[in-house]
Design a protein around this ligand. Sequence first.
Ligand code: DC
Length: 208
Amino acid sequence: MIIAIDGPAASGKGTLAKRLAAHYGLPHLDTGLLYRAVARHVLDARARLDDAEAAERAAEALTAGDLNDAHLRDEGMGDAASIVSAHPGVRERLLAFQRDFAAQLPGAVLDGRDIGTVVCPLAEVKLFITATAEERARRRHLELVGRGVAADFTAILEDIRRRDERDRSRATAPLKPAADALTLDTTNLDADAAFRAALALVDERRKI
Ligand code: DC
């Protein structure tokens, strides 16, 4: 079973993907890490994030080991990843790795922006996780403060809105629900309620 989970930044899709993977005993790939690692390579090479050729070279040189860098999840890397992810040549170079991961038996859980639409269009279960930008910013702010990181709510909300806009409006593989995706709005759900709702949606889809 392939479970494809898409949604905007800080929608909680990563946490849900991890919990669903553990529940069903499936491997999980956070595909945002691929784009974050490409951005890291570009910055390390002192190139510009909007330089398509530099980003394509970085995508080509990427190894699975690059995904283990704990700093990839740092705040600034999300926006950097969003910029390199808009280059079609970068997306194309990351496709085979994601599809190979999805093809393992007995299945896999992948989360990102285009899993249900482009990477795994035949996935058995597709979920699109949403929440209002304000709620997503509130959660991200709480999480950072909880980790002792200085965080400004307004700056986080602006980052989320900018990233949503860029990810939704790019020409190649924009963020959008697949036609056969089930949407889960987590605005008024805590993490456990969101997980229960996601489980119910997966089970509903598997019965078809
Ligand atoms: O999920 P994330 O916040 O780690 O993703 C970082 C950026 O990477 C996101 O803003 C857009 C890009 N991305 C993408 O274009 N396609 C994916 N499947 C995953 C992430």
